[in-house]
Design a protein around this ligand. Structure first.
Ligand code: COA
Length: 570
């Protein structure tokens, strides 16, 4: 079937659905929901058999839903309606939630149901539930609904005819529903409210007596203070006391500002807080804020880096490089880079770079510092000689993050993750992180060029098929972590471990003799220098719109196949 994906943005759920449906032989094209007339035009051009809307912020025009079956993905259980489905579910602490695929009709989210899936709710932030449980449930429900539509003999069920429906119409959750009372709310309540609003819109509150929205809350087990006061800082986060403990705030957004690490949003104020540093990289068992954590099981070392949104600023790259350099000295045979739960890495920190341009500093200089810090980190991994290194991707990874991962000897990815191993979407960025060494080495020159040119997301399965990655594992994040630990332990015990290490050293020496890594880096950075400092401002413009979340004004050609020159619907 020809299936049009109508969506507000090409987010990871849309990417996943597009890839899964293509893999099942459907012809997919994408149109961003920009205006009713644009949607109508896309439908007229593509003449789809079916329209699927994974992520919309407004209703589909009647001119479209009255003539075509439009399947809407709603992140709620049957009967649930309204724009704040997940926010209410998290804030009210429901034990079970779900995704419903329903047909668009005049009343929002009230059309007949084609499929629905349930999942146990996890105590975490909204964006994490969306990227994991919701994405997984939506994928299986959409695939089922598409199959049912294709069979031609399925009748979707009207809501009124269903028994046992627990969902109901809920209003938009406003800031008054989210407000924090630091003199009354215990830590669990503060965490729940901030998580229900994370990554968007955040909770309107204040830090240092200045209004801001709060994001990225972490529990703290031991430190205490007067409720409501800021009592400490650690790296990029600040700690605020509650009535029964304290909560770390990792990110904040000031009025008209952008979302930033708390210490970057309030530079002078945060610097005046007492530090609560961690002595070393070892993972701490009690709840606290720890973005980089190392643990060891037998002959395997695991390095976790839980960076918000997978974005890695210059300072974070430097710290991770220091942690990796330290881990390399540990007496382990296998070193696994675990990344974070939702993202492994998304490359340079575009928000911190954008902030440089806002504070009178230079975004070009900060970009340059950041890409060099990413490269130093990547080099540390590429030149790890005494261990077999593994990048274990539990969460999505994009752009430079993919090539940091590819610098490891092996890349193991969870089946549900999406990889975007290309840079051009960010204003034609050339990219660095030694990709010109690692990608052709794996895939050959032609395939490497095609990946960069086509800018398509890869499922973990597809990444394995084309040779970008080495292993694809099924299961949710905890199951993936268990499987990674088991596989890494086996790798460390293999009788040929020394042979593998020797082969790796020899290969690196051969490659270095043929063309030094420093040359690859210099060539890439020459291109990046033009991106950052040259006459073409595309990267700076694209970054600005990405960070500011400017609504799209057209769908890129590489996604909207129906807009390709010469396209004729069969
Ligand atoms: N720097 C700063 N923030 C980033 C980021 C980066 N490199 N990559 C992603 N983010 C942020 C997004 O702004 C968004 O912020 P929010 O919490 O305020 O909503 C959040 O991470 C999630 O991103 P989103 O696009 O919604 O996630 P996704 O899983 O749907 O898509 C990507 C993943 C990788 C396709 C997409 O985030 C992307 O294109 N990122 C930019 C990658 C890049 O170009 N890096 C620079 C070159 S190395």
């Amino acid at each position: 079937m020809r299936i049009l994906l109508l969506t507000h943005a090409f987010n990871s759920l849309t990417q996943r659905l597009g890839a899964e449906l293509s893999q099942r032989g459907h012809e997919i094209s994408i149109e961003f929901d920009i205006a009713d007339s644009v949607t109508e035009e896309a439908v007229a051009l593509f003449r789809p058999h079916l329209i699927v809307a994974p992520y919309l912020r407004r209703a589909i025009p009647e001119s479209v839903w009255s003539r075509h079956v439009c399947l809407i993905v709603h992140p709620g259980i049957p009967g649930d309606r309204g724009p704040s489905a997940l926010d209410w579910a998290i804030q009210e602490g429901v034990a079970e939630w779900g995704v419903t695929v329903l047909q668009a009709e005049a009343e929002m989210d009230a059309g007949p149901i084609w499929a629905s899936t349930k999942f146990p709710m996890r105590l975490t932030k909204k964006s994490s539930v969306y990227r994991n449980e919701v994405t997984q449930a939506a994928t299986s429900a959409v695939l089922q609904a598409v199959q049912r539509f294709e069979s031609g003999d399925f009748l979707p069920q009207a809501l009124a005819t269903l028994s046992n429906v627990h969902g109901r119409l809920r209003p938009l959750m406003k800031q008054q529903h989210r407000s924090l009372d630091w003199q009354r709310d215990d830590s669990a309540t503060v965490l729940r409210k901030i998580r229900a609003a994370d990554g968007f819109p955040g909770v309107a509150d204040s830090l240092f007596d200045q209004p801001c929205h709060l994001f990225d809350a972490w529990p703290e087990a031991t430190l205490r203070g007067t409720p409501g006061t800021l009592i400490a800082r650690r790296e990029t986060a600040v700690l605020r006391a509650t009535v029964d403990g304290a909560v770390w705030i990792g990110h904040a957004r000031q009025p008209d500002g952008i979302k930033l690490p708390a210490s970057r949003a309030f530079v002078a104020e945060a610097a005046a807080l007492p530090q609560a540093p961690l002595d070393n990289w070892w993972r701490i068992d009690r709840p606290t804020w720890q973005d980089i954590a190392y643990e060891e099981v037998g002959a395997v070392g695991f390095l976790h880096f839980e960076f918000y949104n997978g974005a890695m600023s210059s300072a974070q790259c430097l710290r991770l490089q220091a942690a990796l350099a330290w881990a390399r000295q540990r007496p382990v045979r296998v070193l696994v880079l675990m990344g974070g739960t939702d993202f492994w890495s998304n490359g340079i920190h575009l928000n911190v770079i954008e902030a440089a341009s806002l504070s009178g500093d230079s975004a070009a200089d900060e970009s340059w510092r950041n890409i060099n810090a990413m490269n130093d980190l990547t080099l540390e991994l590429l030149t790890t000689e005494n261990q077999i290194t593994v990048a274990a991707l539990a969460g999505n990874t994009g752009a430079g993050g993919c090539f940091l991962a590819r610098a490891a000897d092996q890349v193991w990815a969870r089946e549900a993750v999406m990889l975007n191993p290309h840079y051009k979407n960010m204003g034609n960025l050339y990219g660095s992180e030694y990709w010109t060494y690692s990608l052709p080495r794996r895939l050959g020159g032609d395939a490497a060029r095609a990946i960069m040119r086509d800018r398509q997301p890869l499922t973990a399965q597809r990444a394995l098929e084309i040779g970008f990655s080495d292993v694809c594992m099924v299961g949710d994040v905890p199951a993936f972590h268990r499987a990674v630990a088991q596989r890494a332990a086996q790798l460390a015990q293999q009788a040929d471990w020394s042979d593998r290490i020797n082969a790796k050293r020899e290969a690196r020496a051969r490659d270095e003799a043929a063309k030094p890594l420093a040359v690859y880096r210099a060539e890439e950075l020459a291109q990046m220098h033009r991106n950052f400092y040259g006459f073409d401002p595309s990267y700076h413009v694209a970054r600005h719109h990405f960070v500011r979340k400017s609504p799209a004004s057209w769908t890129p050609r590489h996604l909207a196949h129906h807009r390709e020159l010469g396209w004729v619907a069969p």
